[in-house]
Ligand binder design. Structure first.
Ligand SMILES: Cc1cc2nc3c(=O)[nH]c(=O)nc-3n(C[C@H](O)[C@H](O)[C@H](O)COP(=O)(O)O)c2cc1C
Length: 195
């Protein structure tokens, strides 16, 4: 993921060649180069897929309610969504899904005036891998105040994404917050259709 631009350039250079065998500097020889080329093209050239990555943590259930609502609203609109509970997720699984995702929504409670450490770690990884993501948002819950949204945006400066308005609720989400989540799902579905 971090080498998109370089790989794109290399694919272009190799376009005019008829290649029988790929002999990398280490590892096995590949006598079916199209398999390798198609995989690289899929990873770097294609537009991202109709997929939302949803890393989340919830200590007392408020953010979890928001996550459930967003998953339902996205599914109703035929947007695929992969939720990852960051207290138990294998980071490798998150990384694999990042290859294709068009959007990421970070869902976090406010802890010690910032994001939960599980989401900080997800944001760090997403930023380091520089995936093809086009859209991002932060949702979650707080008790009094924090720099949760700003902190996640600061941690993901490498991303070239359009940020949707954050949805942060005080304690449990009320009806208005749930309606906002439906609107967020609608916006994401529309943007993905345009892709
Ligand atoms: C250890 C801990 C630290 C917290 N720190 C903050 C904080 O700094 N600022 C704040 O607004 N709320 C803070 N809260 C309150 C939570 O953000 C709030 O209860 C929120 O609704 C929890 O969301 P959840 O139910 O998804 O876990 C803290 C709660 C806990 C348990």
């Amino acid at each position: 993921m971090p080498f998109h631009a370089i790989i794109k350039g290399h694919l272009k250079k190799l376009d005019g060649y008829e290649i029988d065998l790929i002999a990398p500097s280490h590892g096995p020889l590949y006598d079916d180069p199209s398999f390798i080329f198609d995989a690289y093209k899929d990873w770097v050239l294609d537009p991202p897929k109709n997929l939302v990555l949803l890393p989340y943590v919830s200590m007392h259930g408020s953010t979890a309610m928001m996550v459930e609502r967003l998953i339902a609203a996205l599914s109703e609109r035929e947007v695929r969504v992969e939720p990852f509970n960051m207290t138990v997720t294998d980071l490798g699984k998150l990384a694999i899904n990042l290859v294709d995702a068009a959007s990421v929504v970070f869902a976090t409670p406010t802890v010690l005036v910032g994001s939960h450490p599980g989401i900080v770690s997800a944001a760090y990884l997403v930023n380091a891998l520089r995936p093809k993501l086009r859209y991002a948002a932060v949702i979650g819950s707080y008790g009094w105040r924090g720099r949760t949204v700003e902190q996640i945006m600061d941690l993901t400066k490498n991303l070239k994404v359009e940020w949707f308005d954050p949805i942060m609720t005080k304690g449990l989400p009320d009806k208005a917050a749930l309606a906002e989540l439906d609107r967020l799902a609608e916006t994401i579905a529309q943007k993905h259709r345009e892709l």
